[in-house]
Design a protein around this ligand. Structure first.
Ligand code: GLN
Ligand code: ZN
Length: 751
């Protein structure tokens, strides 16, 4: 289609909604950690931060307009809290920087802000605490300074701030807030502070300002939408505001924003395509600024330029002011593909030729904004990436993925096969990844330690971990996972259809980065993965040793996944590979197999409309992985969060025999939810908060176990920590496990 015939079309603009801010070589990570450990001062940190910002602007300068204010020392929601003066009093320190890190990380005087998942991503933000007492005050310093940095380079710049609606919807009530108070109640007050922020930016020379309102990509009540309308009617009086979503369609918020008179909207045309049709049905003015998010900010595949150009053209039919952009901030993808092109350590060319990281995505945006630019359609998935055997097997399987016997029957068979006392004690899988283990892994990776030596080292560790658990008197042992670099990457490295990047780092929170594997093709298992480790551990003890696998949903959630077929189909392929692993573990004599799904909640769609379908495929893939097990093989699962909300029914649908969950911080509140969901099998509510270095006392854990017994009955409770122990030190693990075993014995004696 010719995009300009018959249309008074302005020149296409180009921009991005945000950019990775950790540095192409994770420079900010190193600078932060050096500062936190006291090895460098604030000036050194600021110098490193300035260098990262300069690199960001260098990259972004290929665009017509660059977003500014998208750098962050730790988290953009915390930055917003600073910008509106909403730091909690307990985090106020001598300097702004010290206050900032007190809020982010806590210190001797105060616990940090809570951290939680950013929509359906693996990024974690800090949750602002807002109460009726919170005094908002505009602090435009960062926003203005970063805007000026870009302008001084002669760049056309658009300041970006988290919008007031999302800021409050992402916040939680402060500790002293009265019952029934919601942070959103403070919208009117907060908007006046945004008026000041926008005014300050205007004085600094800013034209258009981008307010990020990702919370409008979630379902909102009519009351909330009415408040959104009122807030934006006020803001458009002081500045030209473009509102960005980034995490799906605006849906019913779209007409509300446009009616309020915003200058424009940034649409996620990758996940929120419904907005395109909705916009066409609305009568928008040709002056409306439409940012076309056609380049996926969430995944690493090259854009289909033909399809993207067609979407852009549709928007140009509606408006004379259209910009090509990323669908969300590019925060969720690694900075640069270049390290992956390295022949020795990188990815194969057939794969890299299909990938675009943040820098490459900027080039795609620029190309789409150029009328003479390329318009290549995405090439078909190579035949070599398809595995006919996997596809035939899946097709033949049909819908049935249920265990061979219902839970009550399995329960009896399992008790007969592995007799256990009431309140059996166990751990979640990993034991401390000590400095020596990490050193051995690094040496092995760099080729300085041969395979045989590395294996021997890991086996020795397994033997120690088994001996330690026996000495502690734990009932169900684990091998400790010393051989695993990461619970997803380890499996990805051994399954076909996956690749691991050399340097594809993505910020998870603060200075913490992850390197998600790339799931590019059909998935199959070529050989048993975990059997030798589990069997070896079992050979050392008469106590049962749990097999330990990562579930299909978590493997998908923590990878970059092919987007040429539904996630459900990809999940089933992973599930089949795990199903074979379960069969092999079972054949080797393993009686208990744990399949971890800590990310079950993470992929839950932001809007309710998609959730039933998600729950159906996610739980089916788990059952597909586990239902081949004999009735007398116990399937355990582990979910490491305590707010189940929309996934509570899904937990029952996993049909596991034992589910361990995080519970210690929420004081076992989660048990009531499980009851409501008619979850009937056994539960291991964590009694030890492993996120803290504190050693829990026996009494405290016994009290938690009593609560669990009261809620679930004496036959359904396991005693275990909240999560794996890999981040803890043996100095904490040993005494904590002594106390845990003692707590279980104490409560057992009372039954
Ligand atoms: N088995 C894993 C471990 O113990 C589970 C980790 C997790 O839930 N994130 O490390
Ligand atoms: Zn966990």
């Amino acid at each position: 289609m010719n995009t300009t015939i018959g249309v008074r079309s302005g020149a296409l603009q180009s921009t991005a909604l945000g950019y990775p801010r950790i540095g192409s070589r994770r420079e900010l990570k190193r600078a932060l950690e050096s500062h936190w450990s006291g090895r460098s001062d604030a000036a050194a940190l600021e110098a490193a931060a300035a260098a990262v910002r300069a690199e960001m602007l260098d990259d972004l300068s290929v665009l017509g307009t660059v977003p500014t204010g998208v750098f962050s020392l730790y988290d953009h929601v915390l930055d917003a809290a600073v910008a509106v003066g909403a730091l909690a009093p307990r985090h106020r320190r001598d300097t702004a920087l010290a206050s900032y890190f007190a809020a982010a990380r806590g210190d001797a005087e105060a616990a940090p802000l809570e951290m939680t998942k950013w929509f359906d991503t693996n990024y974690h933000y800090l949750v602002p605490e807002i109460g009726p007492e919170t005094v908002f005050a505009a602090d435009p310093g960062k926003a203005v300074a970063e805007f000026r940095e870009a302008r001084e380079r002669g760049l056309d710049a658009r300041p970006v701030l988290v919008g007031p609606v999302s800021f409050l919807l992402l916040a939680k009530p402060s500790e002293g807030a009265p019952e029934g108070f919601a942070p959103f109640d403070r919208l009117g007050d907060l908007v006046e502070v945004y008026v000041e922020l926008l005014t300050a930016l205007g004085r600094a020379g800013a034209g258009l300002v981008q307010l990020d309102e990702p919370a409008l990509c979630a379902d909102r009540t009519p009351e909330e939408l009415a408040a959104v309308g009122a807030a934006y009617r006020r803001l458009v009086g002081v500045a030209e505001v473009v509102v960005a979503g980034g995490y799906g369609p605006f849906g019913e918020a779209l007409p509300v924003l446009l009616d309020a008179g915003v200058e424009g909207v940034a649409l996620d045309l990758v996940r929120g395509r419904g907005d395109l049709e909705a916009l066409e049905a609305l009568n928008v003015s040709r002056e409306t600024f439409l940012i076309a998010g056609v380049v996926d900010g969430r995944n690493i595949w090259k854009a289909d330029l033909a399809r993207a150009a067609a979407d852009v053209a549709r928007l140009q039919m509606l408006s004379d002011r259209v910009a090509v952009a990323s669908s969300s901030s590019l925060l969720h993808v690694p900075v640069d593909l270049a390290p992956e092109l390295d022949a020795a350590h990188g990815l194969p060319e057939v794969l890299t030729s299909r990938l675009a990281f943040a820098r490459q995505k900027l080039a795609e945006i620029a190309a789409l904004a150029d009328p003479q630019g390329p318009r290549d359609a995405r090439p078909a998935t190579p035949d070599a990436w398809r595995d006919a055997a996997v596809r035939e097997r899946l097709a033949a399987l049909g819908e049935d993925a249920d265990r061979r016997a219902p839970y009550p029957e399995r329960r009896g068979a399992q008790a007969e096969r592995v007799p256990l006392p009431p309140l059996p004690t166990t751990t979640i899988g990993s034991f401390p990844q000590t400095a020596e283990l990490r050193k051995a892994r690094a040496a092995h990776r760099q080729g300085l330690m041969i395979d045989a030596d590395y294996h021997a080292r890991m086996r020795a560790e397994v033997a120690e971990v088994v001996a330690a658990q026996e000495a502690l008197g734990i009932d169900v042992l684990v091998h400790g996972e010393p051989e695993r670099n990461d619970m997803v990457q380890y499996f990805a490295e051994q399954l076909t259809g996956f690749a691991t990047t050399a340097a594809g780092w993505v910020q998870s929170y603060g200075s913490r980065c992850v390197r998600p594997p790339v799931l590019f093709g059909d998935v199959a298992r070529t050989a048993p993965i975990t059997v030798d480790w589990t069997s070896y551990a079992q050979s050392l003890t008469d106590k049962p040793v749990k097999g330990m696998l990562t579930g299909p949903v978590t493997i998908l959630a923590w990878s970059f996944v092919r987007d040429d077929q539904p996630l459900a189909d990809t999940a089933d392929q992973v599930a089949l590979a795990l199903r074979d692993e379960v069969a092999d573990l079972e054949a080797a004599g393993t009686a208990i197999i744990q399949v971890d799904e800590p990310a079950l909640r993470e992929l839950l769609p932001v809007r309710a409309a998609g959730r039933a379908a998600y729950r159906a495929w996610a739980t089916r893939s788990f059952r597909l992985a586990t239902s081949g097990a004999r009735p007398d093989t116990a399937i355990h699962t582990h979910l490491c969060y305590s707010e189940f909300g929309e996934v509570i029914d899904a937990i029952a649908a996993l049909d596991a025999d034992v589910t361990s969950i995080e519970a210690s911080r929420s004081k076992m509140e989660v048990l009531a939810d499980l009851d409501r969901a008619r979850y009937r099998s056994a539960v291991g509510p964590g009694v030890w908060d492993i996120h803290s270095p504190r050693v829990p006392a026996t009494d405290e854990m016994a009290a938690a176990l009593r609560l669990a017994v009261a809620a679930l009955g004496p036959d359904r409770v396991w005693a275990n920590p909240d999560c794996g122990l890999k981040t803890r030190r043996y100095e904490e693990v040993r005494p904590s496990l002594v106390n845990l075993v003692e707590a279980a014995r104490t409560v057992r004696a009372e039954l």
